[in-house]
Design a binder for this molecule. Structure first.
Ligand code: FMN
Length: 177
């Protein structure tokens, strides 16, 4: 689980439909608030649609180069306050399942809102569904620019940074301990 990284370069090799189904079937069992399952995963393989999707975000270019894209649709009306959290869990389950099968993935965000609206239309969906995120999927290829500097910082914050820095609250009944 720790070795899951974003993959933005892919081999020119399709992903078998049965394998895609297997990944979606794993993701389908993700838990959600009140078991609402406020998500859909729309599979896109045709290049014309992937190319259009790749233009809908400042960093969505990898969608054109992946053999397959899953558009993550969220029910923003019936899904309640937890819908985005639920959809994030669904996406993470999908990406971990893909990683376990030797496949690479990377999310892409569609922004501003008009681009999310266009992505929703390209998924053939309408309200209450909204597509703000896609996941590219394919067999990883080496980066054509290994070691190139990235606008996004790499690595992770240290473990200590996760811990609360707030001072402990003294317990009222702890006086005299
Ligand atoms: C909600 C979300 C949106 C993201 N959007 C993009 C994106 O638009 N384009 C992109 O190339 N990567 C995107 N990413 C991938 C992040 O850049 C990546 O997870 C982060 O840099 C860590 O990468 P690493 O696991 O390879 O270290 C997104 C990730 C998340 C969780």
């Amino acid at each position: 689980m720790r070795s899951l990284r974003a993959t933005r370069w892919f081999r020119d090799e399709p992903v078998a439909p049965a394998l895609v189904d297997e990944l979606l079937d794993v993701a389908r069992w993700t838990g959600s608030a009140r078991n609402r399952q406020p998500w859909r995963g729309v599979v896109v393989t045709d290049l014309a649609r992937r190319a259009r999707l790749a233009e809908l975000g400042a960093y969505a270019g990898h969608l054109a180069g992946a053999p397959l894209v899953v558009l993550l649709a969220v029910d923003v009306e019936g899904g309640g306050e937890d819908a985005e959290f639920d959809a994030g869990r669904f996406a993470q389950t999908f990406m971990l399942a893909a990683h376990a099968r030797g496949l690479g993935t990377c999310p892409a965000s569609f922004f501003p809102a008009e681009n999310a609206r266009r992505a929703t239309a390209l998924a053939d969906l309408a309200a209450p569904w909204r597509v703000r995120t896609a996941i590219s999927l394919g067999y990883p290829a080496p980066s054509p620019r290994p070691g190139a500097t990235s606008a996004v910082p790499r690595g992770r914050k240290p473990l200590d940074a996760l811990r609360s820095t707030a001072p402990p609250v003294p317990r009222a009944d702890a006086e005299g301990d």
